[in-house]
Design a protein around this ligand. Structure first.
Ligand SMILES: Nc1nc2c(c(=O)[nH]1)N[C@H]1C(S)=C(S)[C@@H](COP(=O)(O)OP(=O)(O)OC[C@H]3O[C@@H](n4cnc5c(N)ncnc54)[C@H](O)[C@@H]3O)O[C@H]1N2
Ligand code: MOO
Length: 411
């Protein structure tokens, strides 16, 4: 059996899990339009240069910069208009721009050979069909994008593990990759435990409550790019829990159990996890509030979490320990995990040696972002709904005072 009842910091819990998780995800090739939010399975490099030719970034005239030196409004540089660039057309065939010449060019047009800059149309005056006066000089390279300036052939463009964003799809389209190798989404099995739980459609009797966690955790898993699946409610009993866990572990890459982590069937859950495979339970308890009675296990290389039953606690622990695994397959150091700095509206106590996570509602007043704690016990799901994010009070602090800044991650 693993290291039971030893309370861990979040960092240690992550380290232990990282050390024991060995299961890998299959790779699939998906069309570019289905790749948003997916994780790249290998490094990608560009075959083509983007753009493939020098192009103008303005409507105007392609010129040799040196022909415009010294030009002013009162003494323009006069150039002969000897050509016109058409969009999408190869200018090489149309010849070369020579000294004293200018070619009309649209934004994005291919620079003719011989030209090294573009004069914006605003800084020209048309004297007749064939002559312009340039009223402002340009330097070589002005208003043009060079071939390969965006992406050079052979450039590594995106790395394995990267979660694809809209701009990444644009870049992959630019280099002509219409399909991408991505990891299959993590299949997440969700099991709720408790004799008091009933399905959403049921009317709870006295002493009963509807199952909240299956839905909230399903939402969190889906939001993190995983493929969640609900295994329903299991009664507090070893045999049925073992059965359900066994099934979920065969069909999923990661399994979540909620409830029964503290007293109740705690030992049952831990015993079940140790029965199912090695190394079993890695830790029982993390030094955070809410979320202390969390069980972390690895069974045959796959992570299994016993999340606390209180819905807020389950969601907070999911956010800290499960989301990074689903998103990145790991616990990367993320300096932007809590990206917002906000000013506390009131004092909040916490115990040293324990990280506290506060539900906060953010608002802005006179240019300052304030964090207003949403108070309420961790059994109250409505507190999560009223909050816009989670603020962290680090373990070394004994609280935060009104006016002090804290770090917040947004939901
Ligand atoms: N004597 C102690 N009691 C408790 C302790 C403790 O240290 N000593 N820890 C408290 C803390 S903190 C938490 S968090 C909870 C953890 O409870 P469990 O993980 O053992 O879960 P349960 O006892 O089954 O449930 C707790 C609470 O949550 C409700 N619950 C559970 N599952 C769901 C669900 N799917 N949907 C909605 N609500 C759910 C359950 O009905 C209980 O009210 O223990 C404290 N107690
Ligand atoms: O962990 Mo309990 O989660 O403090 O409510």
């Amino acid at each position: 059996m693993g290291e039971l009842f030893q309370v861990r910091t979040v960092r240690d819990a992550r380290e232990l899990l990282r050390k024991h998780i060995t299961a890998t995800l299959p790779v699939e090739q998906v069309p570019l339009l289905e790749a948003l939010g997916r994780r790249l399975a290998r490094d990608l490099s560009a075959m083509d240069a983007v753009p493939g030719f020098d192009r103008s970034t303005m409507d105007g005239f392609a010129v040799r910069a040196r022909d415009t030196f010294g030009a002013t409004e009162s003494l323009p540089a006069y150039l002969n208009v000897t050509g016109e660039v058409l969009m999408g057309r190869n200018t090489t065939a149309a010849g070369k721009l020579n000294a004293g010449q200018a070619w009309r060019i649209p934004t994005g047009g291919m620079l003719p050979s011989g030209a090294d800059a573009v004069v914006m149309v605003e800084y020209t005056e048309e004297l007749d069909e064939r002559t312009i006066g340039v009223t402002r000089p340009v330097a070589p390279g002005d208003h043009i994008v060079r071939a390969g300036e965006d992406i050079a052939p052979g450039d590594g463009v995106l790395s394995r593990g990267h979660v694809l964003r809209p701009q990444d799809l644009g870049l992959l389209a630019a280099v002509g990759l219409s399909g991408v190798p991505v990891f299959e989404p993590v299949r997440v099995g969700i099991i709720s435990t408790g004799d008091e739980l009933v399905e959403t459609l049921e009317q709870p009797g006295p002493g009963q409550v509807r199952d909240i966690n299956s839905y909230a955790l399903y939402g969190q898993a889906a939001a993190a790019g995983a493929r969640p699946r609900i295994y329903g409610i299991v009664r507090d009993d070893f045999a049925s829990l073992l059965d359900k866990l066994r099934q979920a572990l065969v069909e999923c890459d990661l399994v979540l159990l909620s409830g029964g982590s503290s007293v109740g069937i705690r030992d049952v859950a831990a015993r079940a996890l140790d029965t199912l495979g090695a190394p079993g339970v890695l830790f029982h308890g993390i030094s955070i509030k809410p979320g202390k009675p969390t069980v972390g296990a690895v069974v045959d290389g796959k992570p299994v979490f016993g999340l606390p039953g209180h819905p807020v606690s389950a969601m907070v622990v999911f956010d800290l320990l499960v989301t990074p695994l689903l998103r990145y397959g790991d616990y990367p150091d993320d300096p932007l995990e809590f990206p917002v700095r906000a000013r506390m509206t009131r004092n909040m106590r916490s115990a040293a040696g324990r990280e506290d996570y506060l539900r906060v509602r953010l608002y802005r007043e006179n240019g300052i972002i304030f964090a207003d704690p949403v108070l309420g016990k961790s059994g109250l799901i409505s507190t999560m709904v009223r909050a816009s994010g989670l603020a962290r009070i680090p373990a070394e602090k004994e609280g935060v005072e009104a006016g002090e800044y804290i770090e917040v991650k947004l939901f």
